[in-house]
Design a protein around this ligand. Structure first.
Ligand code: ATP
Ligand code: MG
Length: 418
């Protein structure tokens, strides 16, 4: 038997309603903040990610699905959503339109990682981007959208962790301090950290190796090295969150996985769903757009992992919209009734009723069995007598009671009772 590639999942019809529900809440929340949907290609030229995500990031170093296409161009399946949106923003000249630019996306993304619960090779994200505003209001707006989304999903145990990683100016001094701190331990740290030490010491704080983690706890904190501008900015973000009633905890260990972040960084975390506790991460990335060839456009945004959200929704017993079922199965007892059922189903659907009918020329018994399995709320039985009368025998599958209903009144009847 052929099987799906490692690290991928099938989303079967029986659970698709759960995805649809989260996607619906994502869209509604984003639209309430006047963010509009953007869709960009699933694959991009590799250079976009090596420049946009940054070549000291784990994503670019280890996790990308990169291949040469038949024209010998290096192509990469998107490992995240931001770089593609940023490229589309620049390429389509959107900086000349209404600013700030506010967009959201619902995408699948691809990373070559070791698959485990909450960590897949194809996974899904809801994300948002806000370009053109450099003040703290934009950071607070992005966090506020993320917070509203999680609250609208009914999640209660997800907590906001907040940090500032400063700007290029104040980070230089911080990198110095980190290097001084890590230098005596470097021999005992992993090879990735040795490389990070040279290129981007702050990334050492994000190392997942136990052997390295024991040193990171005592490391100098970026918050102690913020320049005055970064300090003021961070203070205002905190003030706006406070005024909005959004609770947060300062966490100096948050540096984020991508290279392009500056100033505000944040994660929404939970212990409710096992090891992969970060359901949503984001922050400010003022250098990203210039990095991929644009002018300086300040940016802030976030992305949430859908698979992890589903795990947390389950762990917290958060409610979903009901699973979709058929309002009415139209059962034809003979060929003529079957034909009538077929055309009647079309009329019902036009009136907004979900209806299905026999497509496999089954017996009455087999049709009832199917209607039951499919979870049909009502079964409308049509036979010779019903055709003459112009009315169907409608059985309520919950109560097993039935009533004769005129064909012309069937839609109304079902709409009132489903
Ligand atoms: P982690 O530290 O868990 O690897 P990350 O920093 O790589 O996360 P981001 O690039 O910020 O993650 O992506 C945003 C969100 O997307 C994460 O918080 C997580 O919910 C989700 N996510 C990231 N990678 C995966 C994956 N391989 N499988 C499932 N979800 C993922
Ligand atoms: Mg990762």
């Amino acid at each position: 038997m052929l099987v799906r590639p490692k690290g991928t999942k099938d989303m079967l019809p029986e659970e698709a309603y759960r995805w649809q529900y989260i996607e619906k809440i994502a869209r509604e929340t984003a639209e309430a903040f006047a963010f509009r949907e953007i869709r960009t290609p699933v694959f991009e030229y590799t250079e976009l990610f090596s420049r946009g995500v940054g070549d000291t990031s784990d994503i670019v170093n280890k996790e990308m699905y990169t291949f040469l296409d038949k024209g010998n161009r290096s192509i990469t399946l998107r490992p995240e959503g931001t770089a593609g949106v940023a490229r589309a923003f620049l390429e389509n000249g959107l900086a000349g339109g209404a600013m700030p630019f506010k967009a959201y996306y619902l995408i699948s993304a691809f990373r070559y990682e070791r698959p485990q619960a909450g960590r897949l090779r194809e996974f899904h994200q809801f994300g948002a981007e806000l370009y053109g505003a450099d003040g703290a209001y934009a950071d607070a707006e992005a966090i506020s959208l993320a917070d509203a989304f999680l609250k609208n999903l009914g999640l209660k145990q997800v907590k906001l962790r907040l940090n500032s990683i400063g700007c290029a100016h104040c980070r230089a001094k911080y990198h110095e301090a980190l290097k001084n701190y890590f230098a005596p331990h470097l021999d005992e740290m992993c090879s990735d950290c040795k490389a990070r030490f040279e290129k981007n010491p702050m990334r050492m704080l994000d190392c997942k190796e136990e052997g390295c983690k024991r040193f990171t706890a005592g490391a100098p904190k970026m918050l102690d090295y913020l320049c005055n501008d970064c300090k003021t900015h961070f203070g205002k973000v905190k003030e706006l969150l406070g005024a909005s009633g959004i609770a947060y905890e300062i966490d100096p260990s948050i540096v984020r996985g991508l290279d392009y972040y500056s100033r505000t960084v944040f994660e929404f975390v939970t212990s409710a769903a096992g090891a992969q506790g970060t359901v949503l991460g984001g922050g400010r990335y003022d250098t990203l757009l210039s990095e991929i060839g644009g002018k300086n456009v300040p940016a802030v945004g976030f992305a949430a992992g859908m698979e992890r959200l589903l795990m947390v929704m389950d762990a917290e017993n958060a409610p979903f919209d009901r699973e979709k079922t058929t309002d009415c199965y139209l059962l034809g007892m003979d060929e003529r009734s079957r034909e009538k059922a077929f055309t009647l189903a079309r009329e019902l659907r036009r009136a907004g009723v979900s209806a299905e009918t026999d497509l496999m020329t089954r017996s009455v018994k087999a049709q009832f069995k199917y209607a039951d399995k499919a979870g049909a709320r009502f079964v409308a039985v049509l036979g010779e007598a019903e055709l003459t009368e112009g009315a169907a025998e409608v059985k309520d599958m919950k109560t097993s009671s039935s009533e004769k209903i005129k064909f012309g009144e069937l839609a109304q009847y079902l709409l009132q009772r489903r």
